[in-house]
Design a protein around this ligand. Structure first.
Ligand SMILES: *Cc1c(COP(=O)(O)O)cnc(C)c1O
Length: 431
């Protein structure tokens, strides 16, 4: 019956959890070899063999395609760049509506604005936190042209239902699998189930190259357009014989040889890193199952969750105190735990004030846009409820975490639940 740490007692755990680290000697040697070669990037923004980048970039793309069993992989300097390239590659035009998730990293929606198109937000499912065929169908209009599906926190979205809906309505699908490398939906990899899938190689993801991203596709035309947008399309199309000039304004989204060399080594490590993460998350779920008011992450049958974050649903109805106080109590016990994820994207000032490019409201006020998108508070009630009161997550489920560490997490939950009554004065004072 020890006293809660939030009320001055001794915490369950004072030792910090291990940081997630994936870089080792393999990456170091690979980088040194690139440095020795003197060629840190071999891209040329013209129609030339070097338009496709250097040997490490091309090897990473070959390895990535083989690993994910896709026809084409196009490396970029970030997943954000890859998302921008993907929206352009599928032919989105100014004023088109693209359906997005409101509960994701901001670029999953701003990539749409980047082509002067309009993000329209569909609500999430309260057990997978992904957008669903039902929520998407509610916001389809005659202006809808595509869906950006995010496999959030490591769990795949319901791709069969979404693909059927897209087919009926003639919509392109882009999958944002930044948080879900090796996640599976009915035996197939998330990110490989649509027109284009996007993976991230930023520092916080399952594997990383510092910064980086990869777009994958089985469509030769989309592949070519991704490569053109990555690398100065406007001065390449003519010599390449490309006649569809729609969105062929290029950027420099190119990955360097150094990052590619690291990526080649990181990809080899991905299966074991993911396996350990899944095992440790399963161990935590087993320990938390049966606790009142706490729902461990749900898993759709046929799906593999790769637990970018370990998300728990909290019930204030059952436990009486607000999630935020419960999380404060866990944090005080030495367990890293976060209150909700990001603010629902449409509540950010850009969407509330409709100021993106310039001061006159482009693209929302552009004559190309014939729709009437709504960004009011309340449009995605499940998302808002998850964010404000029901979702909490921890980032301790990864390959450097042991079962003993997880025992501490479970012990902290049990301790807080056992002493919930002691938190009531604090709960009242916060109302
Ligand atoms: C990290 C992340 C991105 C962006 O990745 P970068 O490589 O940092 O640009 C996009 N979408 C989601 C869901 C992410 O988690």
């Amino acid at each position: 019956m020890s006293k809660l740490a939030l009320l001055g007692g001794t915490p369950v755990r004072s030792k910090p959890f291990q940081e997630y680290r994936t870089i080792g000697d393999e990456e170091k040697q690979a980088v040194l070899a690139v440095l020795d070669s003197g060629i840190l990037s071999q891209f040329l923004g013209v129609y030339h063999p070097h338009f496709y980048g250097g040997p490490k970039v091309q090897q990473l793309e070959t390895d990535w395609s083989k690993f994910y069993n896709v026809e084409h992989s196009v490396t970029m300097n970030s997943a954000t760049s890859a998302l921008y390239a993907a929206v352009g590659a599928v032919g989105i035009e100014p004023g088109d509506e693209v359906i997005c998730s409101p509960y994701t990293m901001s670029a999953s929606a701003s990539c749409v604005l980047g082509w002067s198109a309009i993000p329209v937000f569909a609500d999430i499912d309260e057990s997978t936190f992904c957008i669903t065929p039902e929520s998407i169908s509610r916001v389809i209009t005659p202006h809808t042209k595509a869906i950006v599906v995010v496999h959030i926190f490591g769990h795949p979205a319901d791709m069969d239902g979404i693909a059927a809906l897209a087919k009926q309505n003639n919509l392109a699908i882009i999958e944002d699998a930044a948080q879900s490398p090796m996640a599976k939906y009915n035996g197939k990899y998330a990110g490989t189930l649509s027109d284009v899938g996007v993976f991230s190689l930023n520092y916080h993801k399952h594997i990383h190259t510092g910064e980086g991203g990869v777009a994958v596709t089985n469509d030769a035309m989309i592949n070519q357009r991704l490569q053109l947008i990555r690398n100065h399309a406007e001065v390449v199309v003519d010599n390449m014989g490309v006649t569809n000039l729609v969105n062929m304004v290029g950027q420099n989204y190119r990955m360097t040889e150094i990052e590619a060399a690291i990526g080649i080594e990181q990809l080899k490590k991905l299966p074991s890193l993911v396996k350990k993460r899944v095992e440790i998350a399963a161990y935590l779920s087993k320990k938390l199952s049966g606790l009142p008011g706490i729902t461990p992450p749900k898993l759709r049958s046929g799906s593999v969750n790769v637990y970018y974050e370990y998300c728990i649903k909290y019930s204030q109805d059952q436990l009486g105190i607000h999630r935020d106080l419960f999380v404060d109590a866990l944090t005080a016990e030495g367990i890293p735990m976060y209150k909700g994820y990001v603010r629902p994207i449409y509540l950010e000032p850009l969407y509330q004030q409709r100021i993106a490019f310039g001061s006159k409201g482009h693209p929302f006020t552009n004559y190309n846009y014939q729709g009437s998108v709504d960004y009011s508070k309340g449009i995605c009630p499940i998302t808002e409820r998850m964010h404000e009161a029901e979702l909490m997550f921890t980032d301790v489920c990864h390959a450097q975490t042991s079962e003993r560490d997880i025992d501490d997490v479970a012990a902290a939950f049990e301790k807080v639940l056992r002493n919930l009554g002691d938190l009531e004065p604090l709960a009242r004072s916060r109302q």
